[in-house]
Design a protein around this ligand. Structure first.
Ligand code: AMP
Ligand code: MG
Length: 350
């Protein structure tokens, strides 16, 4: 079956066509037959300053038609060959989610196709499993708005640790903005950190299994004002924050008795985080999986792939029920997909 997926939780408008290589009646998908036929995106950026949700939404409206058409063209698929339309229903910015939902509803209605709403966080986990051959991982999901340690355990997707305030990507973007750098700030902080030589002591905030970045940001603003080296601060920020995230991830691995760590989200493009994650996994005999940046950053392939899984689990939504869910939590997804995962022991594809 072929699914057209649309992603618009934040800065990225993405469209992708995925063919799961199985026919309608098949119970199980053979992962080796799944083909990501296209994965097109256009992301909102700025030279200086952060992301304004209203402007990001306007960006999405402007690129929407072109990106969807390009995804279909690249895949060599016409709308009449598409079986399912899926969209990221949440969590994310309301302004942005609304644009993707509108486009998906319109296409589903016009072509009389089933519509599937996808949870963006779970989509990060499932695309990682697909492209990396991870079997049953703990996902360290580090993106702009989200920071969560997620695993499928005890019959559903659960959050084992998360940020108590802002996502780590937003934190890096805010820090970059304080240094006069544009959006997205994460890659700019990484470049700056390479020039840092001295570790400046910063608050290390792990509370149980959760992390927090708000206090750290205030502390950094004070240090910038008092003239600390920007390079040293960038270096110290990465060392501190990534250690916090990996401490929680390691404990989740131990608690769930799982032997695979999967990275997801745009911040996982950071080579220093990857290096630290691999070292932690090596020390405890676990495997570390890092998808290509194309599948780490927000992308529509993960929405199309999850759309297929959710559809096969029997969960479509009516257009009138397809409201966006900006605050949809990973552990609220008590869907038929979870039950299908359980029924198929690990997951409904092999
Ligand atoms: P996402 O929301 O998953 O698409 O990720 C976007 C976030 O990833 C933004 O906050 C970026 O600043 C951050 N990001 C992208 N590349 C890097 C990098 N190399 N290092 C750290 N953060 C990054
Ligand atoms: Mg994301």
């Amino acid at each position: 079956m072929i699914c057209l997926g649309i992603e618009t939780t934040a800065h990225t408008f993405g469209a992708s066509v995925v063919d799961d290589g199985a026919s309608k009646g098949d119970k199980k998908i053979d992962r080796s037959k799944v083909r990501i036929l296209s994965n097109v995106k256009d992301s909102y950026t700025t030279e200086a300053g952060g992301m304004i949700p209203k402007d990001a939404a306007e960006h999405h409206v402007a690129v929407c038609g072109r990106v969807i058409q390009e995804a279909l063209d690249k895949a060599g698929v016409r709308m009449r060959k598409v079986d399912i339309v899926s969209f990221s229903q949440g969590p994310g910015l309301g302004h942005c989610l609304r644009i993707g939902a509108m486009a998906a509803r319109l296409l589903a209605a016009k072509h009389n196709l089933p519509l599937v709403g996808v949870n963006h966080c779970i989509a990060h986990l499932e695309i990682g499993r697909l492209v990396c051959d991870a079997h049953d991982p703990v996902l360290l999901y580090v993106s702009g708005a989200n920071t969560q340690v997620i695993a499928f355990d005890g019959g559903r997707y659960r959050i084992f640790g998360e940020t108590l305030d802002i996502g780590v990507g937003n934190f890096l973007d805010c820090f970059a903005r304080c240094l006069g750098l544009g959006f997205p700030g994460g890659p700019k902080i990484y470049e700056l950190a390479l020039k840092g030589k001295n570790y400046i002591k910063l608050p290390y905030v792990v509370k149980g299994m959760d992390v927090s970045f708000g206090g750290l940001l205030t502390n950094l603003k004070q240090k910038i004002e008092s003239g600390s080296s920007h390079e040293d601060l960038a270096f110290s920020v990465q060392e501190t924050v990534f250690a916090m995230l990996l401490e929680v991830s390691e404990r989740a691995l131990a608690h769930c008795n799982k032997g695979e760590l999967l990275l997801g989200g745009g911040v996982a493009c950071n080579k220093r985080l990857v290096e630290m994650a691999k070292r932690m996994c090596e020390a405890r005999g676990a495997s570390c999986f890092v998808p290509e940046p194309e599948f780490l950053l927000d992308n529509a392939a993960m929405i199309a792939w999850n759309g297929l899984l959710v559809f096969r689990a029997g969960e479509t939504i009516r257009i009138e029920d397809s409201i966006i869910r900006p605050y949809w939590r990973t552990d609220e997804v008590n869907s038929k997909l979870s039950k299908a995962c359980l029924a198929a022991k690990a997951r409904p594809y092999a």
